[in-house]
Design a binder for this molecule. Sequence first.
Ligand SMILES: Nc1nc2c(ncn2[C@@H]2O[C@H](COP(=O)(O)OP(=O)(O)OP(=O)(O)O)[C@@H](O)[C@H]2O)c(=O)[nH]1
Ligand SMILES: [Mg+2]
Length: 421
Amino acid sequence: MSVISLQLGQCGNQIGQLFFDTLTSDLQQREKEGNSKAYQSHCLDRFFVSGDDHKLEARAISVDTEGKVVSNVFDQAKKTGRWCYPSDQQLSGRRGAGNNWADGFYNHGVKCEQEVLDMVQRELEKCDHFGGFCSLMSIGGGTGSGLGTRVTRALKEAYSKSFLINVLVWPHSAGEVIVQNYNAVLSMAHLSESSDALLIFQNDDIRKIAQTSGSSSKVTFDDMNRVVSEQLVASLQPAVSHDGSDNLLGCYLEHLVPHPDYKLLTSRFLPQVSEAAVSFSTFNWPALTKRTFQMLLTQSVQDEGLNWHIKPSNSRNKTLSNLMVIRGKGCQSVDTGIFSSPEIYPSWIPRGARFASFTQSLPLLRYEKSTSLLSNCQTPIRALDTMVSKAWGMFAMRAYTHWYTPLWHARRGIYRLLCKT
Ligand SMILES: Nc1nc2c(ncn2[C@@H]2O[C@H](COP(=O)(O)OP(=O)(O)OP(=O)(O)O)[C@@H](O)[C@H]2O)c(=O)[nH]1
Ligand SMILES: [Mg+2]
């Protein structure tokens, strides 16, 4: 089942490029160890098209309103020698959306919507079995947020029966874009209607993870994007459930989004150690599952500084559903019983629908053992509340609304969307 990725805006393109890069380096490592034919062919079919010269071509569409971002990621991909992007599946402009959601949505979005749908159609024709769409974007700027929202809506209208997940990067809380809270809130208001699931990565969190798992104290976007890519790869590389079914995007969404009003997902991955420390670290399954569970209870996505006083009975993180992917030797015998603790679920979720697990005995990347937990839980709510109240605070002062309203006809539009969140 193939997944078509859409890389939208600078952040979406940069994360997308590292995502495909991480997939291929995982494949390369598994190939060296041998015995990974089925794993390889599943992954390739899912994310790549094998070209005439056996060169791997990502099943991806790259869009940005600034040309240099797309050409950079194309060059980076080519340089690896392992894979490339399809040359005709890109769209870029000369002028960015200037961190303005309305410019992205009403201006660039309108102009390029049809062209993106045409590229999607071409990409779909390359799939034998289509499994869904995965859109990658930040929601703090103008293109990923505005154009990305528009494209998501168009995709849902054109392919209403297909699965669609948006991987969203939320801006730093003390972000560099003055209107980021407007952009983020306007994006969330739209996407919560048109997407099937929103997998959220908060820049504040991934920066901290990159700090602990990186080699240098100076964290770059590249380091942060590597964290996101590894977590995506950990969830999406092939694995099977106890009844032998594959971890298809559709299975994930059906399990993780049991109610259409609740679709914010959080990812937690262990181990979080630097490349240099991996070879000195020993991981065992009970420790990995226990720490992952504690991260869930404490609403942390970071392994460091966990509060062990919080128990299922006093955790504030209610979860609708959890899905764990366990990779490495002995994965089938891992005890995941704690994830079924009734205290962390509302009573209206049937027991059988609360927790699911998928396993893969091959290791992932450089990690001998790893756990990846996707949760539909309350973790993003606090940051969302802060974004909404900051956006309202600015709106009450009419701050920067003149950036938006000429494109939007009336201030009422922005008001109505703010009300929705
Ligand atoms: N994690 C991460 N965040 C990024 C990256 N690039 C930009 N951001 C964040 O994304 C937000 C800005 O979005 P961009 O993706 O740069 O903007 P854009 O979608 O290209 O939109 P415009 O440039 O306004 O047309 C800010 O919150 C940045 O901190 C990246 O590579 N990784
Ligand atoms: Mg940009």
